[in-house]
Structure formats: structure tokens, C-alpha cells
Design a protein around this ligand. Structure first.
Ligand code: OVV
Length: 398
């Protein structure tokens, strides 16, 4: 057995959260598994070990929470998610209900309408030349399409973004980012709790479809509400920041954006690669169910292990020039959506949103320039941007 190296580094302090990529080499190079004194847990940042741990859900479980808090010792701040914070067989039963709702067939129905919403939005932004790629685009587009699909009340939908901040900060320690980020957002919890109820969901939406499953006896009424909550927790801020970082990639790598303009068939690849390049969900934890060994390093039973997805997605052991956004690389297997049984349930929704935005931009814009550096919004889990002022050149009208 190798000795596990100990690092004096806090992956949730402000300097780290501002620029996590500046610290990943240190963690990856220290060893396949490291001990982080700052938070008192193990961490993995190399691609091979992160992917293997995600695959081995029997050893690296989710039911004790995927944040720093161990649900076996601490009361979670909300009832655990039946999908994210659960293990088989409960997880698989919940996932099956959701998979039937978020189906290829359901998504096919959305494409044409989402395209026209994206085209109208991008037309308007291009005519302005200068806009905020976060507030005017990356937040605006998902907010125009996603809440309608779930069928939540129109009044107060902005609360979805505030709620996501609370949820994703909650996976980290109770640090300054958690305290400041969550301040004044308490009302969002009440709004989401109400929005998950049967009587507040619109007929025909994915939210009500879960209650239909409850009516067929597939889950209880309480479970149905909690599954709606998963849609509302995971469905907005993730795609917001995925789209924001894709636009940032287009601005930082103009030759790759030109390549996309020359071949719009690369739109989906562009979104996928942007997710590898700057992974929205930076980290999730697992808890070991038994003593185990990872590449020769012993990890005792009941340990919290930080899986650094974003670091794995830039591991030079796996990727060539990982810090560069490159459209034509072989990208399958990246862990931006996770891997294994918990792999992102909404990944097809996210991809559809990303592909549609990449296409609409590539059709209308020849160049995207940053007017200012991105303004970061620190979050314990998400790599997030609050403002991204850009200037675009419109495609010449013929
Ligand atoms: C992937 C994710 C993030 C946050 C919340 C949930 C899932 C949930 O299932 O509630």
C-alpha cells in the first residue's frame, strides 16, 4: 500500500473557487488519491480514478449524500433526493420513473419550438451588438424553455436560480461562500416547495407526469413531489452555466468558433467539449461502503471522497492539450455529466439546449469578443459566471 499524500489546500476557499483549474495539477500530481486536511476527506482528481469510482457505485455510494455532509451522522438540510442522494434499489425505481418522462420522444417534440425561441432571442441580441451573455442569453434561454416543460407557476420563476444556488452551495462546507451566497434567498425554498405540489403544477408538463406515475402506483405522493424537486434543483443553473461557458469558449478560441461556423454540424460537439473544458458541476462526493484500495492507496470504510470531475476532464493523462477548447477531439467518456448509474438524467435536455444555442449563434455571428473579463459568482459546486459582457459581429445580410 502506498502512503496517501496529504495536501494543505482547500478546494472550497475563495481563491480555489475563482480559478479551480490553477490548483488541479497539484492535486492530480500528488497521487491518485490525496487527503485534504482542510475538509478532512479524501479526494481524487485524475480521470481514470474518478471515472472508476463513479462506475463503482457499490463501493462509492451516494445514499450518505454527495456533499461533504455525511447523512449517516448529520441531518441533511432537505429530505434526500431520491435520485442524486440514493442507492439501488430505491435509486433505480426513481430513475425509471424519470427516464420514461425525459424520453427521446418527449425531446423530439421540443426541438422545433425551442429553436424558434433561440432564434428570436439571438436575433434580438445580435441587433444590439453588445449584451451580457449570462443575463441576456445563458439565463434567459433556459428560463424561457425549461420551467414551461415542467409546468411550474409563472409567477416567481426567478426563484429557481436562487434555489439552485442554495442547493449547490449545500454540497460544500458551511463556509463564507455558503453563508454569503445563500443570504436573503430563503424565500426560494418556500417557492420551490410549493411549486412541487400537485395542485400547483400545470397539466401536460413533466411535473404532472410524475404525479400520473404516482396515480399508477409507481411511487408515493410524497416521492412524486421530491422527484419534481429534482427537476427544479438540477435543471436550470446547470444549463445556464453550461451555455455561459460555451460562449466564453467561443470568445477565447475564435479559430474554433470559425470552425463551427464553417460546419454547423459541430454544434453538439461544441457544447460537449465546452463542458469538458470548463465543467459546470466541478465536484461531487461519494462515501465508501467498505475498506477499499484505489491504485494502491487504502481508503477506510465510511470515508467521504471528493470526486473532482472538472479536474478529471482536464487530466493530461487522458486528454491532449486539456486546457484548450478543441472541437474535433474524441471526447466520449468525459465526466461532465458524471458516469455510471447516476449519470445526468437531464443530459439530453442540456445537450438540446446547448446545441440549439450553438447553432443559432453560429448562424448569426462571425465573431464574439469579451468586452470585460467574466464576473465570477462563487459557488461550492458550480463553476458559475454572473456577468459576461460581449460584443458580436453580425453575419452580413445578403
Ligand atoms: C444533479 C442534481 C443536483 C442537485 C439536485 C439534484 C440533482 C436532485 O436530485 O435534487
Amino acid at each position: 500500500m502506498t502512503i496517501c499524500p496529504s495536501l494543505d489546500l482547500d478546494p472550497f476557499d475563495e481563491a480555489f473557487l475563482v480559478d479551480p483549474f490553477a490548483y488541479h495539477d497539484q492535486i492530480r500530481d500528488a497521487g491518485p488519491v490525496v487527503w485534504l486536511d482542510s475538509i478532512g476527506c479524501y479526494a481524487m482528481a485524475r480521470f481514470a480514478e474518478v471515472q472508476a469510482a463513479l462506475k463503482d457505485h457499490g463501493t462509492f455510494c451516494s445514499g450518505r449524500g454527495v456533499g461533504l455532509a455525511d447523512f449517516a451522522r448529520e441531518q441533511p438540510f432537505r429530505p434526500p433526493s431520491l435520485l442524486l442522494e440514493s442507492d439501488p434499489p430505491l435509486h433505480d425505481r426513481a430513475r425509471a420513473i424519470m427516464n420514461r418522462i425525459v424520453s427521446l420522444k418527449a425531446l423530439k417534440l421540443l426541438r422545433a419550438e425551442w429553436r424558434s425561441i433561440a432564434e428570436n432571442l439571438v436575433d434580438e441580441l445580435v441587433s444590439r451588438r453588445q449584451f451580457d451573455a449570462v443575463t441576456d442569453l445563458a439565463e434567459e434561454f433556459p428560463m424561457r424553455v425549461f420551467p414551461d416543460i415542467i409546468g411550474v407557476p409563472v409567477e416567481g420563476r426567478k426563484q429557481l436560480l436562487e434555489y439552485a444556488t442554495i442547493v449547490f452551495n449545500g454540497f460544500g462546507p458551511r463556509n463564507a461562500v455558503f453563508e454569503h451566497g445563500n443570504q436573503g434567498k430563503e424565500a426560494a425554498i418556500d417557492w420551490v416547495t410549493a411549486a412541487c405540489k400537485r395542485e400547483n403544477l400545470l397539466p401536460g408538463g413533466w411535473g404532472m407526469a410524475i404525479y400520473d406515475a404516482a396515480d399508477r402506483g409507481e411511487c408515493t405522493e410524497d416521492e412524486a413531489g421530491r422527484l419534481v424537486r429534482s427537476f427544479l434543483s438540477a435543471g436550470v443553473d446547470t444549463t445556464v452555466n453550461g451555455i455561459a461557458h460555451m460562449i466564453l469558449a467561443f470568445a477565447r478560441f475564435p479559430s474554433e468558433f470559425s470552425r463551427l461556423r464553417a460546419n454547423r454540424g459541430l454544434a453538439l460537439q461544441a457544447f460537449e467539449e465546452s463542458l469538458r473544458w470548463d465543467s459546470t458541476v466541478q465536484t461531487f462526493f461519494r462515501t465508501t461502503t467498505c475498506d477499499t484500495a484505489v491504485s494502491g492507496t487504502h481508503i477506510p470504510k465510511g470515508s467521504k471522497v471528493l470526486l473532482m470531475l472538472a479536474a478529471a476532464n482536464r487530466d493530461p493523462r487522458q486528454w491532449e492539450v486539456p486546457e484548450q477548447f478543441v472541437l474535433n477531439r474524441r471526447i466520449s467518456g468525459h465526466v461532465g455529466f458524471g458516469f455510471g448509474i447516476h449519470q445526468c438524467l437531464g443530459q439530453m435536455v442540456a445537450r438540446l439546449e446547448g446545441e440549439i444555442i450553438a447553432t443559432a449563434i453560429a448562424e448569426r455571428v462571425t465573431e464574439i469578443r469579451l468586452i470585460n473579463e467574466p464576473v465570477r459568482r462563487l459557488n461550492n459546486t458550480l463553476h458559475a459566471i454572473s456577468h459576461l459582457p460581449v460584443e458580436v459581429d453580425a453575419v452580413a445580410k445578403v
